[in-house]
Design a protein around this ligand. Structure first.
Ligand code: GLU
Length: 334
């Protein structure tokens, strides 16, 4: 279906529907309460398929909420850095929306959930368009192949610069994680070549996989994720630095894709429980966005079977409820 431009594509003429976070003291108290509530939870297992990630401490746990006014509220290991992994996919999609326009990005990548695991080859074979969305590996590597730049260095610099604008500080890659992933990512290289055969890879497939592996190895903290999420919650303007990281009209597109596919095959359950767009990564991070209110960043390495942080899911669900963030909640008209 082709789409004609609507008023909401132009921020100055579109109306938005959002509210505000509770008072600062309440937010900090609830963030601390949520941290205490889940810090001793023992479920889940640290990711084992990337050697460098297998060494992560299962007890590490951090949470941060960033309001669109620029206030930060945190508890636990909120400044501990870890590899961004799959969470990078959403920021690279944002960059590609910026480079191509959101309609071209949709045409080249797709924006539907696969219903299958994040690294599924079946999903490529079963879907006529081959890539289903920018958040599972096939679509994500295709997205990376569309990033501006010719060499791996140029493309990676475009990505780091874009993600750094969201975080409000210069982010750097973890060389150890990159080498560990690069030595074990035959499956991702296979996916890239398969897509290339179907004409859905937009640069050399090995180059795209290499840049993708680098982007996954960029280090962030829960605090960074909260600020990055708050930027998407704030019409694309970083609430701490005031810098525009993504055009306002693209935020809602990126968040829509997160809502359908951000937690892999458990995205439906996540939306049912949390009611907010979010994106998880295999090193234990989750970023969640409450449009118009703020961003949540969590970090805890033990994962469930789908690859989503267990403590991260629990505390985000708790905070969504306690802070009144669920996008689908309403009160009867009085
Ligand atoms: N670099 C990881 C991979 O492609 C990311 C997966 C994830 O974070 O879920 O296998």
């Amino acid at each position: 279906m082709d789409h004609d431009p609507l008023p909401g594509d132009h921020p100055e003429t579109g109306h938005v529907s959002t509210g505000a976070l509770p008072p600062d003291t309440d937010v900090q108290a609830l963030v601390s309460a949520g941290y205490e509530r889940y810090r001793h939870l023992g479920e889940g297992a640290v990711a084992g398929y990337i050697p460098a990630l297998a060494a992560a401490s299962p007890s590490a746990f951090g949470v941060c909420v960033a309001g669109v006014g620029g206030r930060l509220f945190s508890a636990g290991d909120a400044d501990q850095e870890f590899a961004i992994e799959s969470i990078s996919k959403l920021f690279v999609f944002a960059l590609v929306c910026h480079a191509l326009g959101h309609d071209q990005a949709r045409r080249k990548l797709g924006v539907n959930s696969t219903g299958l695991p994040f690294n599924s080859v079946m999903a490529i074979e079963l879907n006529a368009d081959r890539t289903m969305n920018p958040l599972v590996n096939a679509g994500a590597i295709a997205t990376t192949s569309l990033v501006p730049g010719t060499t791996a260095e140029e493309k990676f610099e475009s990505i780091v610069a874009a993600m750094s604008r969201f975080a409000g500080r210069r982010l750097v890659m973890d060389g150890g994680v990159y080498e560990s992933e690069a030595a074990t990512n035959d499956r991702n290289r296979g996916i890239a070549h398969l897509l290339d055969g179907y004409g859905r890879m937009y640069c050399d497939p090995d180059l795209a996989t290499d840049v993708y592996t680098r982007q996954c190895s960029v280090r962030v903290s829960a605090r960074d994720l909260a600020v990055m999420g708050a930027t998407l919650a704030n019409g694309g303007v970083n609430p701490v630095t005031g810098e525009q990281a993504i055009e306002t009209s693209y935020c809602k597109r990126v968040l829509a894709v997160l809502a359908t596919a951000g937690l892999y095959e458990q995205s439906g359950e996540w939306l049912y429980d949390v009611g907010l767009p979010g994106k998880s990564g295999v090193a234990g991070g989750i970023v969640t966005v409450s449009p118009g209110k703020g961003g949540l960043g969590t970090f805890s390495p033990p994962l469930d079977a789908a690859g989503n942080s267990v403590r991260g899911q629990h505390i985000t669900r708790y905070l969504s409820e306690a802070l009144g963030l669920n996008l689908f909640a309403s009160a009867p008209f009085a």
